[in-house]
Write a protein that binds this ligand. Structure first.
Ligand code: CMC
Length: 429
């Protein structure tokens, strides 16, 4: 007989089924708890709540393991390109060469934006945060391709996924070009995904940007390492929005907004700001760590800690190495990398961080790499979004194909006023 959990409430006992995942993770299935007991569960931040069953990404936070569709993240270090990994995440297995070529061709075919969309960019002030533009433009895209609202079969879905993955990169580059007052550069069909993005970011109408191989590979790996991370805040947002049967574009636009926050994707910007403040001598690494431990200061060591990892985030390890390698390849030094290493050393030998199992996360080193590539700080979280998009799409699709398609609608414990009467103005004290 399969395992059961017993819940005792007053004089009543309830047997609840225990479900087990393929890697041994166990959960008490409470989906009919309220109907049977009249009680709900209370779990702010959902730290103990499994919102779904998913076959996309596996994380073991205690052992620092991350796998996409079963493949350890480390195996992506020197091999595939981002588009192949996107395919793997979305469709559940590695593509054949023909499938990979076909998907790449679809991305190339859909890289351009409708000319009408350019006017939308013009409407934003130069100083507009690129994350705001990205989210708005993903929604705007859906207006230009309304046939993609109704995804009735696998082919239609693949076409929508290809359009979104391809165009989001063009939108991101155009948002940057608008912010610096430079002309938009059309995608070049001869270039692969990452090189094409760098071309749209940095070429001039009169001069093609020549992309350094080391830079291209570093950005490719950054995108891969950000591509999925199971039920994080933005992915859960995509699933929640998608559960109302909102379309793929609307759901991913909501994901961008969730990612923007400084405790999630926005942390990569905050890390750079922190390192820069230390570099300018406003605060020493030791003082920063002391502030981060002080509960009255509201300061956190940005790029440190994780809801799931209670050990090294494997992505941070890989990105730390990439940062070193890229700077060496470019023959450059970055004092911010030394500061990051120093902060890491101080924090990892401090009982506050050791006891709470706080380690560098994916955002700790990514900004140093992006800075070396020449990506401006306000675009860091946009790069995260480009990377995370295949994950969002994969989760949206998994949810839409699944047998459980109920709208996400948590409950609450109400702690406000009990019933009271409305009082007219002249009778209020
Ligand atoms: N600096 C100082 N103290 C910290 C930090 C930090 N970076 N992170 C967690 N803590 C402390 C926290 O104050 C708490 O202490 P206590 O038990 O004394 O109250 C304890 O560690 C547990 O923290 P928590 O806030 O309950 O943990 P959480 O799982 O709710 O939050 C987190 C996870 C990532 C939001 C948090 O660690 C954090 O704010 N880190 C800094 C921001 C950051 O780097 N975010 C990127 C996350 S990884 C990529 C992504 O998701 O986008």
């Amino acid at each position: 007989m399969s395992e059961q959990a017993t819940l005792i409430l007053g004089d009543s006992r309830y047997e609840l089924p225990v479900v087990e995942g393929t890697e041994g993770e166990r959960a008490i299935d409470i989906r009919d708890l309220r109907a049977r007991t009249g009680h709900i569960t209370l779990d702010p931040g959902f730290a103990n709540t499994g919102s779904c069953e998913s076959a996309i990404t596996f994380i073991d936070g205690e052992r620092g393991i991350l796998r996409y569709r079963g493949i350890p993240i480390e195996q992506f270090a020197d091999g595939p390109n981002f588009v192949e990994v996107a395919w793997l995440l979305i469709f559940g297995r590695l593509p054949t060469e023909a499938e990979s070529r076909r998907f790449s061709a679809e991305l190339t075919a859909h890289a351009n934006l409708d000319e009408g969309m350019k006017h939308h960019f013009e409407g934003f002030p130069r100083s507009a945060p690129p994350m705001a533009i990205l989210s708005a433009m993903i929604n705007a895209l859906s207006c230009f391709y309304p046939e993609l609202f109704e995804l009735e079969d696998d082919d239609q879905f693949r076409c929508a996924a290809a359009r979104l993955i391809s165009k989001v990169r063009t939108v991101a580059a155009y948002a940057y070009r608008h912010s610096v007052g430079k002309p938009y550069i059309y995608p070049d069909p001869k270039l692969r995904y990452v090189s094409n993005f760098l071309h749209m970011m940095f070429s001039q109408p009169y001069q093609q940007h020549i992309c350094d191989e080391a830079v291209r590979d570093a950005l490719n790996l950054i995108l891969i390492l950000h591509a999925d991370h199971e039920q994080n805040c933005s992915t859960s947002t995509v699933r929640i929005v998608g559960s109302s049967q909102a379309n793929l574009f609307a759901s991913c636009a909501a994901g961008v907004c969730a990612l923007w926050g400084p405790l999630h994707g926005g942390a990569n910007v905050e890390v750079l700001t922190m390192l820069d403040e230390i570099h300018r001598g406003r605060v020493t690494p030791e003082e920063y760590v002391r502030l981060a431990k002080d509960k009255d200061s509201k300061v956190r060591l940005m790029g440190f800690g994780h809801r799931v990892y209670k050990n090294f985030d494997p992505r941070a390890k890989m990105l730390g190495e990439v940062a070193e390698r890229l700077l060496a390849n470019l023959g450059r030094e970055d004092p911010l990398l030394d500061i990051a290493r120093k902060l890491e050393e101080i924090a990892l030998s401090d009982p506050y961080f050791v006891e709470r199992k706080l380690y560098p996360n994916v955002d700790f080193y990514s900004g140093i790499i992006l800075r070396a590539i020449g990506i401006p700080t306000n675009m860091f979280t946009v790069i995260f979004a480009i990377g995370r998009l295949p994950g969002w799409i994969a989760h949206w699709w998994e949810q839409h194909q699944g047998s459980v398609t109920r709208i996400a609608r948590p409950r609450q414990i109400y702690v406000g006023n009990t019933e009271m009467d409305y009082v007219p103005f002249d009778a209020r004290g």
